[in-house]
Write a protein of this length. Sequence first.
Length: 256
Amino acid sequence: MNKMRLLAVPALAISAVALAGSPAMAADGSYSSTLGQLNGTTGTGTVTLDVVGDQATINLQVSGLAQTFQGAPYPHVQHIHGGAAGVCPTPAADANADGIISVTESAPSYGGILATVTTSGPTSPAEALNLQLGGQGGDYAIQRTFTVDAATLAELEAGRAVFNVHGLDPATTPSTPEAFSAPSDLDPALPLGATSPALCGTLVMSQMGATPSGGADTGATVEASSPFGMIALGGGLVLAAAAGGTYAVRRSHAKA
C-alpha cells in the first residue's frame, strides 16, 4: 500500500479550536501567500485559498523544486498548518544544528496539520504522508475545491494558518549527507530531508479572487541560490516502492 500515515509526534499535537458562537461564514474571503524558501531550497510558489462557508478553492503553483529522487518523480506533499504562532520558522529553529529545520522543530512556529492539500481525494491530516496524492516532480499546480473543518476556518480567520510544501533537495540542503538521510522525525522509514519543509508562507486575508503578488511576509528566511522550494515525503521509500513496482505516480494534476 503506497500510503504512509503521519505518526503521532507530540510536538505537532494541537488542541481543538473552539468555535462556539462563531458563524462558519466568518472566515469567508480570499487568503494568499507568496511562499518563502526554507532549508536551502531554491524553488518558488504562490497559493490562493478562496473560502465560502466550509468550501475552499485552492490555486497552488510551485516551480523549481527537486525533480527526482533516486530515479523516480519526487513527491511533494503540502499542508495547511495551524494552532501555533502562525509564522514560518527561521534558521534559529534548528535546535540540534544539523543544518535542517525539521517538522518537529518547526511546530512552535506553524503548529500541526489542519488539512493536507492533495491532488485529488481526501484532504484530512491522515493523508499527510500520502505520496501518491502529493505533487509530482519539481513543477506542478493544484487547483481544486475541498471541505475545510471548523479548526481550519478559525485559524484562517485568526491569521495563524500557514501553508507548507515539503521535500528538500539533497544538492542544496545546508547539511551533511548523513543529516539529510537520517531517520525522519515523522516516520523513521523516511529520510529527514524528504519530510522537512521547503516552502512556507502565512495565509493572509485579501480580496476575494485576488492573486498573491510581491513578497508577502511569510516569516520564512529566503535563501538565495539556484531555483527550488519541504516536505517532499518519499526519499528512500520512493526508491524502494519504485523498485518493487508498487509505486504508481499520479500525474494528472502535475505540470511537466
